[in-house]
Structures are given as structure tokens and as C-alpha cells.
Design a binder for this molecule. Structure first.
Ligand SMILES: *Cc1c(COP(=O)(O)O)cnc(C)c1O
Length: 395
């Protein structure tokens, strides 16, 4: 059994994938071009965003989004910019604010959703304001494990304090929320700017690295496009020499044409079948595991549809996670631990204010979480095998 079986997926979508790869190679057009433009159109339409700007990976996407929003060194104020980031997430969510010259300030998460805790966020923002050393600028809200963050509450906090809301939807693509007024909002449309990743193991993955930025703001979209290609001049889009006129500092962060082709071939299957399948698998796990008293199964808030990037359970205090993993491995059941270390304890932040954070929930989660195999091609029988092995291992 694979933790995430991409070979099975390839068997299923071989024909369109092979066709598009051959098409790109025979066109000998490897950077940008028709496939990239088409993909951006398809993804903008799907997420309900005005602009989709593809780039090289989900990490660059966050950095580009921050740079385009004037956050970091280029903000130019006398105080350093503060960016609020959940303490329980993949490293990039906090790495990017730091690499663009802001200070990530880590905030605790909710133990049931694994996403940023609105109450902790308010408290930490108030503390930073009272301390007066940093200028609060943005919140990076992560859709961890596929579940969109608490959009309405976090949005109102950002509005109250005048902060940019950046959605890190690297794991969230495909999920959505139904707001209290009945409107449906897709992941990648929840921030003023949002980013995602097409790393192979993400909900929508390519065959290498890839990423994208989403926004409704024309000016920010233009800046993202410019920054992704060495700060090229965007004032005259039909001028083919514009890319040698560099009006700002940027980076080299483009999505390969091959990857765009792979994503175009995968997208209809993702939208029409995989999302539904992975939700069926997650529901089956929850049904089979809900009565196991040594475990806490994931909870979705009301009105939430998850893309299930991970199915993450919490083991009770009495369980020894190392031995549970070992017993599962003996039954050929692979597991992973996302994440084993709070962000504020990462060595990279050791010398900074970021190394100090009061995040007891995150610390507890890092000791207790265990991620089970999940993907749209897992069979019901395999889910049963995992559940039986897990029940035996924890008892
Ligand atoms: C994977 C991931 C990223 C980074 O994406 P890459 O494409 O690997 O650079 C950022 N944030 C989160 C939450 C992720 O899971």
C-alpha cells in the first residue's frame, strides 16, 4: 500500500497525460505558451478568482504574493513588518515571510480543525501592537490538511486590524466553504490573495514542482506576473522585448509548459471524480474509527468541504506513537507525521523573535498526530486493512 498512490492515478489517466506530454515535446515550447495560459484560465474560472498566475512552486507563490503586496523589506517602514502564521503548518508558510524580510509571528491553532485559532490570533495581534516593535501587516491563513480555515472570523479580524489576508491553499485546492448567507466560496478565493502548490502529493499535483497565485486585484496580479519573471516591464504586454526591461527586482519562477499540460489533463478527473472519491474514503475512515477511544478523528466545521490532503488522527496520551507506527509498518501500512515540530521551534527561527511563541495546542498536536494513507484511488478494502491494523496497534 502506498501513502499516496500516484502510480494508480497514472494508470487511470495515462492516455490524456501521454498525449499532452507528446504534444508539448513536439511543439518544442517548454516555457509558458498556450498550455500555461489555458491552465490559468481554467483554474481562475474554477476557483472564482479574476486572476490566476502560475509559478514554479507553492513556496515561490507565497513569496511572490507577499512581495507584490509590499510586505517585507520593500515595505520600507522604520519597523519590521509582522506576518501572523499558524504554528502548526509546513515550513514555507513561515519561511516566505522571513525570506522577504518580514518577521513571522506564530499563532496557535484549534485542536479540532488544525487551523489558525481566531482567539489566539486576536491575542497575538494585540500583544504585537502593545509591544510596538513590529508593524502588523498580514495573516497567512493555511487550509491545513485540505480543510479551509475559518474564513468569516479570520476575515473580520483582518479587516479590524487592517491586515492583508493571504490564504495558503497549498493543501486546500478543491475544498470550499458555504457561508452563513449560503454563498459558496472555493479554496484559493478566501484571501485577498491566495497561493497553492502543485507538488505531486498535493490534492492537485503535477509531475514535478508547480504553484499558482490567485487574486481579484488587477494591480497585484500584474505585479505577481512581473515579479515571477525577473520584474519584467508589464506596461505593454504585446512588446516582446519587455522581458529585457526590468523595472523591479523579481525572481525566475515560471510553471513549465509540460507541467501545465499535465495539470490540464488531470484537472477534469480531479474535479469530477477524485474529490468525490477522496471524500468517500475520508468518510469511511471516520465511520470505522469514530468509536476507537484511543483516537480522535478529524472534525470538519459546519459548511466545510475538504480536499483531504491528509487524514490526520490524534492518538491519546497513553499511546506510544513510535510503536504504533512500527506496528502499522509491520502490517505494510505506511503512515506519516505532519508535523513533528512547531514552527517556532524550528532551528531557522532560533535567533529571532519568532522562536518565542505560546502555542500549547500545537505542541500537543506535534506529539499526538498521525496521518493515514489517503488518496482518491484507495479502495474500501484497503481502508479496512488500515483501520484494523490501527485498532490493533493502539489497543
Ligand atoms: C506544500 C506546501 C507549501 C509549499 O509548496 P511547494 O510547492 O512544495 O513549494 C506551502 N504551504 C503548505 C501548507 C504546504 O503544504
Amino acid at each position: 500500500m502506498d501513502f499516496r498512490d500516484l502510480k494508480r492515478q497514472y494508470e487511470y489517466i495515462k492516455e490524456p497525460i501521454n498525449k499532452v506530454i507528446a504534444e508539448v515535446i513536439s511543439s518544442a515550447h517548454f516555457i509558458s505558451g498556450e498550455h500555461v495560459r489555458e491552465l490559468e484560465k481554467v483554474l481562475a474560472e474554477y476557483t472564482g478568482c479574476k486572476h490566476c498566475i502560475t509559478c514554479a512552486n507553492g513556496t515561490d507563490a507565497i513569496s511572490i504574493a507577499l512581495m507584490a503586496s509590499g510586505i517585507g523589506e520593500r515595505g520600507g517602514g522604520s519597523k519590521k513588518d509582522a506576518v501572523f502564521v499558524p504554528d502548526f503548518t509546513f515550513f514555507s508558510s513561515g519561511e516566505c515571510p522571513a525570506t522577504v524580510g518580514a518577521t513571522p509571528i506564530f499563532v496557535d491553532v484549534c485542536s479540532d480543525t488544525y487551523n489558525i485559532d481566531p482567539k489566539s490570533l486576536m491575542r497575538v495581534i494585540e500583544n504585537v501592537i502593545a509591544e510596538g516593535k513590529f508593524k502588523p501587516r498580514a495573516v497567512v491563513a493555511v487550509d491545513l490538511f485540505g480543510q479551509p480555515f475559518q474564513y468569516e472570523t479570520i476575515r473580520s479580524i483582518c479587516d479590524k486590524y487592517g491586515l492583508l489576508l493571504l490564504e495558503d491553499a497549498a493543501q486546500g485546492f478543491g475544498g470550499y466553504i458555504t457561508l452563513t448567507d449560503g454563498t459558496v466560496k472555493k479554496a484559493c478565493s478566501l484571501g485577498s490573495i491566495a497561493t497553492t502548490s502543485f507538488f505531486p502529493a498535493k490534492p492537485l499535483g503535477c509531475y514535478g514542482d508547480g504553484g499558482a497565485i490567485f487574486t481579484d486585484n488587477d494591480e497585484i496580479a500584474m505585479l505577481c506576473r512581473s515579479i515571477a519573471v525577473h520584474g519584467k516591464d508589464m506596461s505593454n504586454p504585446s512588446d516582446s522585448n519587455a522581458k529585457y526591461n526590468n523595472v523591479r527586482l523579481g525572481m525566475n519562477s515560471r510553471l513549465d509548459t509540460l507541467q501545465a499540460g499535465v495539470l490540464l489533463a488531470k484537472f477534469p478527473v480531479f474535479r469530477d471524480q477524485e474529490l468525490e472519491n477522496v471524500n468517500r474514503i475520508a468518510n469511511l475512515y471516520s465511520k470505522l474509527l469514530c468509536d476507537v477511544k484511543e483516537l480522535k478523528i478529524p472534525t470538519l466545521k459546519e459548511g466545510i468541504y475538504s480536499s483531504w490532503a491528509q487524514y490526520t488522527v490524534q492518538l491519546s496520551k497513553e499511546c506510544d506513537r513510535v510503536s504504533v507506527q512500527k506496528k502499522l509498518k509491520e502490517q505494510s501500512v505506511p503512515t506519516n507525521i505532519y508535523y513533528i515540530k512547531p514552527m517556532h521551534k524550528q532551528g531557522a527561527f532560533e535567533d529571532t523573535r519568532s522562536a518565542v511563541a505560546d502555542c500549547p495546542v500545537t505542541e500537543e498536536l506535534c506529539r499526538r498526530v498521525l496521518c493515514l494513507p489517503i488518496h482518491p484511488y484507495l479502495t474500501d478494502d484497503e481502508v479496512l486493512i488500515v483501520c484494523n491494523a490501527l485498532k490493533n496497534a493502539v489497543q
